[in-house]
Design a protein around this ligand. Structure first.
Ligand code: GDP
Length: 298
């Protein structure tokens, strides 16, 4: 995960770590290397700028901490700034006080929504929660079937559009699915929605309508970490078009550069909640900014 970025940053710190005295020139040189590493990793330019200037300012102004060599001190500053752009504190998930919690998934086609539905379902089921998957992606002919397969793998029930459940109308499927969960004592409802290959106003409107109809506790925007700089534009389009409460980065296992995804918090203001790292149902984890920063720098 973020291996290239990690390697480059580690390289640029090698010279610095052992130094007894750090000059302004050392900091400038390190700052340029960090800048290059972040840009190479596809981190969005405004985020890079802000990052590098904060690092410079804080590294210059840092008072010497007991037991830390000056070089290590700069690394600490970079670590803290990385935690900051990744979102600071880990954000707790929003759960319902009473009745079922509703998670809605949004994102482009192929981002990894259906797979995430299976992952979340399996995870919550292991915590003894009753989970219902709702197939409100009626755009792709195979999407309902794919969610049913996920449901089987995770061992949870799937609400799919059959005659009487609101054939062809995703808003109706979502609404009846949530009602089914309320009436039958489910703890968590995960609503899968349609994506397109590109940003599309009709798809946004549909997702917005679903959101208004079911009022979810979390709208999780699933973002393929491999998409490079498009990540920024896509995230902003979903923020403005549908609105979301958290981000799930998917395909971090295949990371060539992946850094665009590191900008998503800075660009949209919404936290990254999960990292998805493979096709298997156990291949995902909660996203902790501090742990991720340490992983990138260690
Ligand atoms: P959706 O169209 O958003 O529902 O996307 P899918 O869940 O169908 O995922 C699209 C493809 O990406 C499928 O082949 C998944 O197996 C694959 N996929 C999903 N998440 C991950 C991940 O974290 N890592 C990898 N390597 N593949 C993933």
């Amino acid at each position: 995960m973020f291996q290239n970025l990690s390697d480059k940053l580690t390289d640029s710190f090698k010279k610095l770590r052992g130094k007894g005295v750090i000059t302004e020139a050392d900091i400038d040189a390190t700052a340029s290397e960090i800048r290059r590493a972040l840009l190479d990793a596809d981190v969005a330019l405004p985020v890079v700028r802000q990052f590098v200037s904060a690092v410079k300012e804080k590294a210059l102004g840092a008072t010497v901490t007991q037991g830390l060599k000056p070089g290590q001190q700069v690394v600490r500053v970079v670590h803290d700034e990385l935690v900051e752009i990744l979102g600071g504190e880990t954000r707790e998930l929003h759960f319902a006080q009473r009745g079922p919690t509703i998670f809605m998934l949004a994102g482009l086609q192929g981002a990894g929504k259906t797979t995430l539905a299976g992952k979340l379902a399996k995870w919550m089921r292991s915590e003894n929660k009753r989970v219902l998957l709702v197939a409100a992606d009626l755009q792709r002919p195979n999407a309902v079937n794919q969610l049913q397969v996920m449901g089987q793998r995770a061992g949870v029930e799937v609400w799919a559009p059959e005659p009487g459940n609101g054939v062809g109308d995703p808003v109706q499927v979502a609404r009846t699915g949530v009602n089914h969960a309320i009436e039958n004592g489910f703890d968590l409802v995960i609503v899968d929605t349609a994506g397109r290959l590109g940003i599309d106003e009709e798809m946004m409107q549909q997702a917005r309508n679903i959101r208004e109809a079911i009022n979810p506790h979390e709208v999780l925007f699933v973002l393929d970490a491999m998409v490079g700089q498009d990540a920024v534009q896509t995230s902003v389009a979903f923020r403005d078009g549908v609105g979301f409460t958290g981000v799930v980065l998917s395909k971090l296992d295949g990371d060539a550069r992946g850094g665009a995804a590191l900008s998503v918090r800075g660009v949209t203001g919404q936290p990254i909640l999960f990292a998805s790292t493979g096709e298997g149902l156990d291949d995902f984890e909660r996203f902790h900014p501090d742990r991720m920063a340490s992983r990138i720098l260690d």
